[in-house]
Design a protein around this ligand. Structure first.
Ligand SMILES: Nc1ncnc2c1ncn2[C@@H]1O[C@H](COP(=O)(O)OP(=O)(O)OP(=O)(O)O)[C@@H](O)[C@H]1O
Ligand SMILES: [Mg+2]
Length: 270
């Protein structure tokens, strides 16, 4: 995996957070949507970017299922990709991936991204971003060309894992690779346990294992299993609108506070 941090095209003060699941269904889109919303709640300018061909990040922000446009579907067309940017009712600016008609279109988009590995880094320079904007990217594990666009410039990578042995093994492998690759450039990588249930002994054991064996990679915040997250998505909202008094809302607020502090420290040392 050759995905090095670089700052070319980065407006000053802008921080980039990439969220990736080590296994399918780990909860990376849920984390991306709620981290973006939690940062807006804390008065940070936010821009969400969906790099996943499933194109579902937008559903957390109230977009209609039938809506097609996105930045990838604009590439190669006359319409500027920036025009695909929406602002949700709760103030999150975001760029959907876009709905591709078939596998061939996805292969074309993948090849395009492979041929333009610095597209995202340069694209950021073309946006009029406030200096302390937080860019939140939902990244797919595959195709690698899409994932790499965000990982190449990320200040912080959050690897989302469910608290089970296989998921943690994959998350640790991925996080170590990203950590070692990014170490020289100062990229931070962390593993975030999601859907944690304290009543389950294996969940507690997995958390302990992560802290003991990979303490430097473990996120200080964990996200518990919370039905309000599924219900909020069914209403095309985040819990900050749907159920702001829930444990999930408090935990994502804590995650946002930690992300601000951690990426701020990184900027102060680079
Ligand atoms: N902490 C949680 N508690 C309860 N439900 C959750 C939690 N995290 C995620 N979910 C639910 O799990 C489902 C899958 O989550 P999500 O779409 O975020 O996973 P993903 O990692 O992005 O999946 P994919 O690999 O397909 O991109 C969603 O219905 C979401 O609401
Ligand atoms: Mg997803």
């Amino acid at each position: 995996m050759v995905e090095h941090t670089a700052t070319l095209g980065r407006p000053s003060g802008v921080r980039i957070v990439a969220i990736i699941g080590a296994c399918g269904g780990a909860g990376s889109t849920t984390v991306a949507a709620h981290l973006a919303s939690a940062l807006v709640e804390q008065n940070k300018p936010v821009l969400g970017f969906d790099f996943c061909p499933t194109n579902v990040l937008r559903l957390h922000f109230g977009a209609a299922l039938a809506e097609q446009p996105g930045f990838v579907t604009s590439l190669g067309s006359a319409r500027p990709w920036q025009d695909a940017c929406y602002t949700s009712a709760s103030g999150v600016r975001f760029l959907p991936f876009g709905a591709l008609p078939d596998d061939m279109a996805l292969e074309y988009a993948n090849a395009w991204m492979q041929a333009s590995p610095r597209w995202f880094a340069e694209a950021l320079a073309s946006l009029d971003l406030a200096p302390d904007t937080m860019i939140i990217c939902d990244c797919p594990l595959l195709p690698a060309a899409l994932r790499s666009q965000a990982l190449a410039v990320a200040d912080l990578v959050i690897v989302v894992s469910s608290p089970d042995p296989l998921a943690l093994a994959s998350a640790t492998h991925l996080a170590r690779q990203l950590h070692d690759d990014g170490d020289a450039a100062g990229r931070i990588c962390t593993i975030l346990l999601n859907r944690f249930e304290a009543a389950r002994r294996l969940d507690r054991d997995i958390q302990l294992l992560l802290q003991r064996q990979q303490g430097h990679l473990a996120s200080p915040v964990i996200i518990h299993r919370d039905e309000s997250l599924r219900e909020a998505l069914a209403h095309k909202q985040t819990v900050f609108d749907y159920a702001p008094a829930t444990q999930a809302a408090h935990e994502f607020a804590a995650l946002a506070t930690w992300v601000i502090a951690r990426t701020g420290q990184r900027m102060a040392t680079t």
